[in-house]
Design a binder for this molecule. Structure first.
Ligand SMILES: [Zn+2]
Length: 220
């Protein structure tokens, strides 16, 4: 018994002939079970064939998504194509996965994209490393401040993965701390460093006035 049109035609013809019989005639058909068994077997073969066709259709869709990746470049659009193909492949059954004959193209694209990303991350980190090294000796000048701010802004723009590649970050925080130290000029009147709060500001102005008069009268 095969899943063919010829088989189907023979089964249908036998069924039609049987159904046309009277009950008395049907009782004389000694091999009726052969017909019902053939019908059941044919239905089984049809279900199997339908499943194979469905699996092939599902696999073909994923094959097309993998083909659509094309040349791998370091762009969000390319990443989206790779991710779409990967998600579609992962959603397949094991039988469907076995029919995806270009699966290696997907794994190769993933590896290539990861390599491109690693290179780009390192390049971005290297640029910030260079900016931090360019700060050099910290001085209380606009030039020094600009270098520190430039390095800080560039660092903050990096992704988390890129930040971990900046191996001289401590140099930047040290430069920021040193610059803050240099800007904290002690009060001429009391010798303390007044903080930047409103209270600290009023005290600083008051001490500046006291210093001015003390200086004026030659007391200091
Ligand atoms: Zn003071």
């Amino acid at each position: 018994m095969e899943y063919t049109e010829a088989s189907k035609a023979k089964i249908d013809a036998a069924r039609e002939a049987y159904n046309a019989l009277t009950d008395a005639q049907k009782a004389l058909v000694t091999n009726y079970e052969t017909l019902t068994a053939a019908q059941a077997r044919y239905a089984e073969l049809k279900a199997e064939a339908d499943q194979v066709a469905a699996d092939q259709a599902a696999a073909i869709e994923v094959v097309a998504k993998i083909e659509a990746i094309g040349e791998v470049v370091y762009t969000n659009a390319c990443k989206a194509k790779i991710d779409t193909a990967r998600a579609a492949y992962n959603a397949l059954t094991a039988a469907q996965k076995a029919l995806v004959e270009n699966y290696e193209t997907l794994t190769a694209a993933e590896a290539r994209y990861a390599a491109l990303k690693a290179t780009a991350d390192q390049a971005a980190a290297d640029a910030v490393i260079a900016k931090i090294n360019a700060i050099g000796e910290v001085a209380y000048t606009d030039e020094s401040k600009a270098k520190i701010d430039d390095a800080r802004a560039a660092y903050d723009r990096l992704t988390g993965a890129q930040k971990t590649l900046v191996n001289n970050y401590a140099k930047l925080t040290a430069a920021e701390a040193r610059y803050a130290e240099l800007t904290e000029i002690p009060c001429k009147y009391c010798g303390e460093i007044h903080d930047s709060s409103i209270g600290g500001g009023i005290l600083a102005v008051w001490h500046a006035i006291l210093y001015f008069f003390a200086h004026l009268f030659g007391l200091r």
